[in-house]
Design a protein around this ligand. Structure first.
Ligand SMILES: [Zn+2]
Length: 94
């Protein structure tokens, strides 16, 4: 997946999808630094990095075959199974 905006051009693995809010969390992307106070020996203080969710409009699916971000189409297979396809080369992405 590729992202636009602050993290433009970077790619990463999608860790989590929040469909109802149209948000995705991408590995090592849009990191937020949180400073935490020590709360005993189990939780030492420090700077914690967490991925913040980004809106789906800011990401695009990467196609391995096209080697770049592509638009996604949907295709229904013979068995009634739906797959996402690359609009450029027609390759199934799921
Ligand atoms: Zn493609």
């Amino acid at each position: 997946m590729v992202i636009t905006g602050r993290e433009r051009g970077k790619t990463g693995k999608v860790l989590k999808v929040i469909p109802e809010k149209k948000l995705v969390v991408i590995e090592r992307m849009n990191l937020l630094k949180r400073h935490t106070k020590p709360r005993g020996p189990q939780q030492p203080g420090g700077i914690l990095e967490r991925e913040a969710p980004v809106h789906v409009s800011n990401v695009m699916v990467m196609c391995d075959k096209c080697n770049g971000p592509v638009r996604i189409g949907k295709k229904v297979l013979d068995k009634g199974e739906k797959v996402r396809i690359c609009r450029r080369c027609g390759e199934a992405l799921d």
